[in-house]
Write a new protein. Sequence first.
Length: 304
Amino acid sequence: MLRRFQLNDGRIEETSQAGAPILLYIRPSDEEKRFLIDELKLDEHTLASALDPDELSRIEFEPEHIALIYKRPKTYTADDYLHFRVSSVGLFLFKDRLIMLANDDVTPFDGKVFARTAALPDVLLKLLYRSIYHFLEHLKIINRISEELESKINKAMENRYLINLFTLEKSLVYYLNAITSNGMLIEKIRHNAAKIGLGGEALELIDDIIIENAQCLKQAEIYSNILTGLMDARGTIVGNNLNVLMKTLTMITLAIMVPTFVVSAFSMNVRIPLSKLPYAFWIILGLATVASLGFVFLGKIKKW
């Protein structure tokens, strides 16, 4: 699918004009890939890498354009079931156009960061900036979900919530790898700013992006370390809750067995005391009640 955008008074607006300077290809078809390779001279390997979610961030300088691949969080859906994934995005910067390749539906130019965008290199930098905020938004969601799971684990007696935490921890590992990869890419852009054609304001923006990415990486590391360090403790809590439940069930079973034994002793088919007394039933019932109360009292003394 192809979407076209243009720069209009510092804003990025979608358009239907064929000569739009910004082209966004979402899951490009074979025909569109062929057009990009044959007509625009994009490298076939680089194009395939831009759609590979496992590809690392990198930048390559071609004779007529600059090829750049960076990482962004994949849009989360209910079908992912707490698995936050990472996708790759390809950017191909020409003198008069910017081509963007993505493997999932994205709304790349939302947010205040794209206000006052004057040139195509600025679009490239602000896409990287927006990716950092996207990671931060997902990290907040992951932290909120983990806190909810922690409160449930305190009462849980099954491994379901632990598995959910493990899924979040796995997602954070992928996020750490993606954010680190983006950080290396931004550093390369900083070192090759003159070659890309970035001026003074763009350099200041790159410095801000480097700082924001470092803070994002630090936050992801903190969340990952917290989840990793407390997984064993949470597993112990689940096991302890199960032991408490088994202890409670055992006490209930014993409390039922004591009066059952008393009643069974007086119901055997042999001659027993009290068999001729008119109040034998109530006497036996009273003995069973006393035995139960005695067991409860003994349990409190022994702190069972």
